[in-house]
Design a protein around this ligand. Structure first.
Ligand SMILES: Cc1ncc(COP(=O)(O)O)c(C=O)c1O
Length: 381
C-alpha cells in the first residue's frame, strides 16, 4: 500500500528535499516523506485539477474540512469535536503564529528545546521573548521539567508552545504528563498552543496520541494546530487547521482581519478532506512501514554506528541521533561533505548543541541502509 517513489520522481515531486541537494546526495533532512500519495488523495486532487479548482477558498467556513477533521479526531484519538471548532489556516507555522498573536498575552513564550527550528524565532516574530526549557542531552528520557515550567511561568512567561508528539524528541506525551503540564499552566492562568502536526504518526509500541484539548480543563486556555500535511505528504498544498473549542477563542481566531490570517489553498482542502475521510487504512499501513523503518534504523545503528545514541522513536519519522561519541562538532556537515547524505544539523534545533543530527527515515529500506552505511564510513575514524 505504501509506494516508494523513484529518485527521478522525487526530484520533481519534492523540490525542497530532493531538489536542494546535488544528485549524488541522499536527502534525509526536511520532514517530507518519499512515499506516493494515498490513492484517494491522488484521485481527489486529479479530479479537482481537471475541474479547475483554483479559486479562492470560501473564507468564512471550515464546513466540509471541519466535519472531516472532527470525524478523523473521533476515530483516531477518541476526541469529540464540533466541525465549527476547526478553523483553516495556511500552515501549522502560520497557525501557531496566529494563535500567539491573537490569543496570548504579551509575556514570554516557553519553548521546549531542542525544538523545530522555524519555531525558535516565532516568539520574537510575534513581539514576544522566548524562554527555553532545555532537555539535557544526557537525560534518559526527553521530558518537560514541570518544576522548571512552573518557575518560568512564575517569572512571567504566559504561553507554552507545546509540540506533541514532539519533533525532534520523537516522543508521544502520556496522559499523566499532559495532565501535569495542564496543572502547572492552570496554576498560573497561562496559555498553551499545542502543535499536533505529527499526531497521526504514532509508531508501533508507543502510547496513543492524546490531544491536549481532550483533557478536562484545557478548552479555555489552549488551541491546537493540526494538519494532514506530514502524514499524507501534502505540505506544499497549504492547508492546516486551528482547533479552538472555547467559543471566545474560536470567535477571536475567525474574526482576525484578512491581512492577519494566512489564507489556505482549495486544493489543500481537497487533500485534507480525502486524507481525513478516506485514508485510515493507508495511514495504518504507513505507521507499519515507518515502524519497520525505525526498527531497521535501530539494527543498522547497532551494526554500523554502535556508539550512536537514539532514544526510543515513538512517533514522527524523524530520528534524533546523539553522535557525540564520534567526536565531530557538526556530524551533519561531515556526513554531507564526505558521505553525500544530507541530515539536519542538531545545532539548528538547539543553539550550540554539539554532535547531534536528525535523520528522516521516511524513505525506502534500501535508501535508509545506504544512508547509515555512508554515515558510518565517514563518522567512524
Ligand atoms: C513540529 C512541527 N511543526 C510545524 C511544522 C511545519 O509545518 P507547516 O509546514 O505546516 O508550517 C513542522 C515541520 O516539520 C514540524 O515538525
Amino acid at each position: 500500500m505504501i509506494v516508494d517513489r523513484t529518485d527521478e520522481e522525487l526530484r520533481y515531486a519534492l523540490p525542497c528535499k530532493w531538489g536542494l541537494v546535488d544528485e549524488d546526495v541522499l536527502p534525509a533532512w526536511v520532514a517530507e516523506s518519499d512515499y506516493a500519495w494515498a490513492p484517494p488523495i491522488a484521485a481527489a486532487l486529479a479530479d479537482a485539477v481537471a475541474r479547475g479548482l483554483t479559486g479562492y477558498p470560501p473564507f468564512d467556513e471550515g464546513g466540509e474540512l471541519g466535519e472531516a477533521y472532527a470525524g478523523f479526531a473521533a476515530r483516531q484519538y477518541g476526541h469529540r469535536l464540533e466541525p465549527a471548532h476547526v478553523i483553516p489556516t495556511s500552515d501549522v507555522t502560520a497557525g501557531v503564529r496566529l494563535a500567539l498573536d491573537v490569543l496570548s498575552e504579551p509575556g514570554p513564550v516557553v519553548m521546549p528545546i531542542p525544538g523545530y527550528p522555524p519555531q525558535l524565532s516565532i516568539a520574537s516574530i510575534t513581539g514576544r521573548e522566548r524562554v527555553d526549557l532545555v532537555v539535557d542531552p544526557d537525560a534518559e528520557r526527553a521530558e518537560i521539567d514541570l518544576d522548571r515550567l512552573d518557575r518560568l511561568f512564575a517569572d512571567g512567561a504566559r504561553t507554552l508552545l507545546l509540540t506533541q508528539p514532539h519533533n525532534p524528541w520523537g516522543r508521544v506525551f502520556t496522559t499523566a504528563e499532559l495532565e501535569g503540564i495542564r496543572d502547572v499552566v492552570l496554576r498560573h492562568g497561562a496559555r498553551v498552543v499545542s502543535d499536533e502536526i505529527h499526531a497521526p504518526l504514532v509508531l508501533e509500541g508507543a502510547p496513543p496520541h492524546v490531544p491536549y484539548l481532550s483533557l478536562d480543563g484545557t478548552a479555555d486556555h489552549a488551541v491546537a494546530v493540526v494538519a494532514a500535511s506530514k502524514a499524507f505528504n501534502v505540505q506544499g498544498l497549504k492547508c492546516a487547521q486551528l482547533v479552538a473549542t472555547d467559543p471566545a477563542a474560536n470567535r477571536a481566531l475567525r474574526d482576525v482581519p484578512m491581512a492577519r490570517n494566512d489564507s489556505w489553498s482549495p486544493l489543500g482542502v481537497v487533500a485534507g478532506v480525502a486524507a481525513y475521510t478516506e485514508c485510515d487504512e493507508w495511514l495504518g499501513a504507513l505507521r507499519v512501514r515507518l515502524s519497520e523503518q525505525r526498527d531497521l534504523l535501530v539494527g543498522l545503528l547497532a551494526e554500523h554506528l554502535p556508539d550512536a545514541r537514539m532514544r526510543p522513536l515513538e512517533a514522527t519519522y524523524l530520528a534524533w541521533l546523539d553522535l557525540r561519541a564520534y567526536g565531530h562538532d557538526d556530524p551533519a556537515e561531515v556526513v554531507l561533505e564526505r558521505g553525500r547524505v544530507r541530515l539536519s544539523a542538531g545545532h539548528d534545533y538547539q543553539e550550540g548543541l554539539p554532535g547531534h543530527a536528525r535523520l528522516n527515515i521516511a524513505t525506502s529500506p534500501d535508501r535508509l541502509t545506504e544512508i547509515v552505511r555512508r554515515m558510518a564510513k565517514v563518522l567512524v575514524a
